[in-house]
Design a protein around this ligand. Structure first.
Ligand code: SF4
Length: 734
């Protein structure tokens, strides 16, 4: 190919939840160019370093192109037919010997909507087990439970257009400059154009902090206390929007001291009770800025500074967050607390006033939240509600009794069940849990035990394919047709532009083929050439109505996506606001229709310490996260030479004072030891991020330096999302 006759087609970028529109240029069956789509309202023609190099991930030298079956400890090539036959027969055998709940599927926020839909229909509808989970449990489950507990409905009420109107951006533990770079450039643009302020509130100094107007550091876990202190200030200074609160809010308190999920089969059910404004105000007396300064290390002056912006009636405020708040042992609570601030001030659901939880993956919203690939979920519903099961069963053409009414295992518990032997068969698609699971060694050892059968569908060899009994080569991104849903409720379609290599097949079609082999031809009636359209049209039936409607496929094919609810040919930009949302029906200016009485909830949520705090033996905090160059575990981006060269391996960031005291320089080997084990990494001092004193940060993208071998598998008891941001660690020069 020489680029002279490029055929340009649109697709959403697959390397993060921002969902930038790109144009891919193909020639002679090969993708040879990529650029930002100027028509996309998300990125307006821009891309970040991953987007600009995205097509190179298709062409790594070691692409999986043939199915592999493990025989006598060796992987041998086989045909797709034989591999799919084996998977179907192993599933049937496992169900016969151990019951339906012994088989499971673990997918991803990188699953396309049809992938996740096929998985949910096969496992929940046909087989009859709720053993469906996705890696998005590890990154945004707390955002979901935050939305559900505060508003009764998932996903942000606003959209990216809020950025164009907000006067102040509060980033809650959110390194947007690296994790959501194109969106962050829109914030910077608004600062240049309109003087909008960016306030970075975090536990470490990052590229985002350096670009912000003000950077405020807090002690890990104490964001809970600071958020309460902001509410205290808002009430004390009379900044409460009284008419909004009276008309549209209720006050609740939940259970406290609920533990950290460290034991197998840990169960927790919150028991909310109603309180009044006076009780809420009284509760906040423990969170005066002066008291919280002692807990959080944030000065009372800075707390008042933040509260004043939220409280100023003339300022529109957008709060943005992602893993810092979600990967938190009180993740649901901190989500609730940020909503409290917006609800008390009435700064919500209107242009520029927007609490906005960002997602990491291209379809964490579209597939995991909307299709519902979590144990308790159905497409637009939950398994616990009879009417939701009946609705799904009718569309799926299965008896309603097939769908169990109880959720089974959330992600951490699913891998614990595999370790215990309660689960015997696991199919892993589009994700790399043998890099991402916390306290990884336990779950790796568990997966390798006798009597477990693991299928892994992926595009490259990874530490997860190392544990597989069958490896299926998957078609990647534009090698098949699909749809993703990004952070702002935008569903985007992409067509197949090139052929997948060898026998690689889409994850959707792998599932359809196995379903047919298991005897579900009636439910999986789709034809290969039209199955994406058939599946999407069927999926849309789950979402009918003004509150959820998804755009028709022809609309998504003709434009860079549409936001649900898609009503009367239009995307809904601001939900719950009767000016913009046709689903509002209470005759008021706002209607939080996710709750039975149409009112949002302001929650009393206290500060509680983290599951494992530093002590004399393990005196530092360990924080983990991502870098701009690599997509999550690096399985794709490490095969893009320019990105790999720019960031070739993991490292441990130390504060310069700690490094000086321990005589550690950049590049020196540093040993990190936690109660789970140890790891040696090169030091990084003043290179990119700078943690606060007595804290270290390690990125998790490097499969040769598995930081998750030593992290802790504590999780938020409500969302079941692990806290990758906090455990106690000893730091020594190696
Ligand atoms: Fe892709 Fe995200 Fe970069 Fe946009 S910001 S180009 S979606 S990786």
């Amino acid at each position: 190919p020489n680029g002279a006759n490029l055929d340009w087609k649109k697709a959403p970028c697959r390397f993060c939840g921002v969902g930038c529109g790109v144009l891919v240029g193909t020639e002679n069956g090969k993708a040879i160019a990529v650029k930002g789509d100027p028509k996309s309202p998300v990125n307006k023609g821009l891309c970040c370093v991953k987007g600009y190099h995205s097509i190179m991930a298709l062409y790594g030298k070691d692409r999986l192109t043939k199915p592999l079956i493990k025989k006598n400890g060796q992987y041998v090539e086989t045909s797709m037919e034989e591999a799919l036959d084996l998977i179907a027969s192993k599933m049937k055998e496992t169900i016969k010997d151990h019951g339906k709940d012994a088989v499971s599927i673990y997918g991803s926020g990188q699953w396309t909507i049809p992938d996740g839909y096929a998985a949910s229909k096969l496992f929940k509808g046909c087989i009859g087990t709720n053993n469906v989970e996705a890696n998005a449990r590890l990154c945004m489950a707390s955002a979901v439970t935050g939305f559900l507990t505060s508003f009764g409905m998932d996903e942000p009420m606003g959209c990216y257009e809020d950025i164009d109107y907000a006067d102040v951006f509060f980033l809650w533990g959110n390194n947007m400059a690296e994790m959501h770079p194109v969106l962050f450039s829109r914030l910077l643009d608004q600062r240049l154009k309109r003087g909008a302020k960016i306030i970075d509130f975090a536990t470490r100094t990052t590229r985002t902090s350096k670009a912000a107007d003000k950077s405020i550091l807090f002690r890990p876990q104490t964001d809970l206390a600071v958020a309460n202190a902001i509410c205290y200030e808002i009430i004390k200074n009379g900044w409460v929007n009284k008419s909004f609160v009276e008309k549209h809010c209720n006050f609740n308190k939940g259970l406290t001291n609920m533990g950290y999920g460290l034991e197998d089969n840990y169960k927790f059910k919150d028991k909310p009770s109603t309180i009044n404004f006076a009780a809420f105000k009284q509760f906040l007396e423990d969170y005066t800025p002066e008291k919280v300064e002692k807990i959080s290390g944030v000065s009372a002056k800075d707390i008042k500074y933040m509260a004043a912006y939220y409280g100023d009636p003339n300022k529109k405020v957008m709060s943005l967050w992602c893993m810092g708040m979600n990967q938190h042992s009180r993740g649901t609570w901190i989500n609730n607390l940020v909503y409290n601030i917006h609800l008390l001030t009435g700064k919500i659901s209107s242009p520029g006033n927007s609490p906005f939880s960002l997602t990491g993956q291209p379809s964490a919203c579209g597939t995991v939240r909307e299709v519902g690939t979590l144990t308790h979920k159905l497409p637009h519903g939950v398994v616990m509600k009879k009417e939701h099961r009946e609705f799904a069963a009718k569309i799926w053409d299965v008896p309603v009794e097939n769908i169990p009414s109880k959720p089974t295992y959330h992600t951490v518990e699913m891998f614990r069940a595999l370790d215990r032997g309660d689960i015997r068969f696991m199919w892993i698609q589009v994700t790399n849990p043998m890099v991402t699971m916390p306290k990884l060694k336990r779950y790796r050892d568990g997966a390798k035990k006798e009597g477990r059968f693991i299928v892994v569908s992926d595009i490259y060899p990874t530490p997860t394919t190392d544990i597989a009994d069958v490896i299926l080569p998957s078609a990647m991104w534009i090698e098949r047709e699909g749809l993703f849903g990004n952070s702002e409720r935008r569903t985007q379609h992409f067509e197949q532009m090139i052929d997948p290599p060898g026998e690689a097949m889409s994850d959707t079609w792998q599932l359809v083929e196995v379903a047919k082999r298991m005897g579900y031809e009636k439910q999986f009636y789709y034809k290969e050439e039209t199955h994406i359209e058939e599946i999407y049209n069927e999926y849309r039936k789950h979402h009918v109505g003004k509150k959820h409607n998804m755009a028709p496929l022809e609309v998504l094919k003709s434009q860079p996506g549409a936001m649900w609810p898609f009503v009367d040919g239009k995307s809904t930009k601001w939900r719950f606001n009767s000016k913009y949302d046709p689903a509002c029906s209470n005759g008021e200016d706002f209607h939080f229709y996710g709750k039975p009485d149409g009112k949002a909830i302001i929650w009393q949520r206290p500060y509680e310490p983290a599951a494992e705090e530093p002590n004399n033996e393990y005196p530092f905090w360990l924080n983990t996260g991502r870098v701009v160059e690599h997509w999550h575990t690096g399985s794709m981006t490490r095969r893009i030479p320019v990105l790999h060269k720019a960031m070739p391996h993991a490292y441990v960031e130390l504060h310069p004072d700690d490094a000086k005291r321990m005589q550690i320089k950049t590049g020196d080997k540093v040993k990190l030891t936690t109660r789970r084990g140890e790891i040696v990494l090169p030091a990084s001092i003043n290179q990119r991020g700078v943690p606060a004193p007595m804290q270290v940060f390690v990125p998790f993208f490097d499969e040769n330096m598995l930081i998750n071998d030593i992290t802790l598998d504590s999780f938020c008891p409500i969302s079941k999302e692990p806290d990758y941001k906090k455990c106690a660690v000893k730091v020594e020069k190696a």
